[in-house]
Design a protein around this ligand. Structure first.
Ligand SMILES: [Zn+2]
Ligand SMILES: [Zn+2]
Length: 172
């Protein structure tokens, strides 16, 4: 009959256990173990894993907000300019331009951020899209050009989720 050496949890020296974290191999008791799809992990390893999902630096939030803001202002201005010459066809063109602009903004942001990521960074970048379109929206509101607001609405409706999903990698 094989003899088992009594082993204890690394974090709770009085808790008997033979369970090991499947990443760092530390002995962990049932209180420390977190059940993952791949097996049991200690809390430290879970924390480390969370950090890798949040690699954004403080300046990334400024890049995210300012860069998408400026790009969005540009896209929003271009859509307005085209709407004056496109007339009725703008109903079809606006969705195409908004989608194209969102894809382009997503590509530029990927370059600028070099793969650094965090949920708040994606939210800041998406907020930039709305902020960038605001000057154009306010301009049309002040000048009473409510018809032109439709294209801005379509632009935001398409671009906001598209840019968010483009950056975060989530797909609907
Ligand atoms: Zn571990
Ligand atoms: Zn423990």
């Amino acid at each position: 009959m094989p003899t088992y050496e009594t082993t204890y949890c690394t974090y709770h020296p009085t808790a008997e256990t033979n369970l090991r974290c499947n990443r760092c191999e530390e002995l962990i008791c049932s209180k420390c173990a977190v059940h993952m799809p791949t097996g049991y992990r200690c809390k430290d390893c879970i924390k480390d894993q969370k950090k890798t999902f949040n690699t954004a630096e403080w300046y990334d939030y400024i890049i995210g907000l300012v860069a998408t803001g400026l790009l969005s202002l540009l896209a929003s201005g271009i859509i307005s300019a085209i709407s004056f010459i496109a007339g009725f066809f703008m109903w079809f063109i606006s969705i195409g331009i908004a989608g194209g602009a969102a894809t382009l903004i997503g590509k530029i942001m990927h370059r600028l951020l070099r793969g650094r990521r965090s949920k708040n960074l994606f939210l800041a970048s998406t907020a930039g899209i709305v902020l960038g379109a605001l000057p154009v929206i306010i301009f049309f509101l002040l000048t009473g050009n409510y018809y032109s607001l439709i294209w801005q609405g379509i632009y935001l409706f398409v671009a906001v989720p598209a840019v968010f999903y483009n950056l975060s990698g989530f797909r609907l």
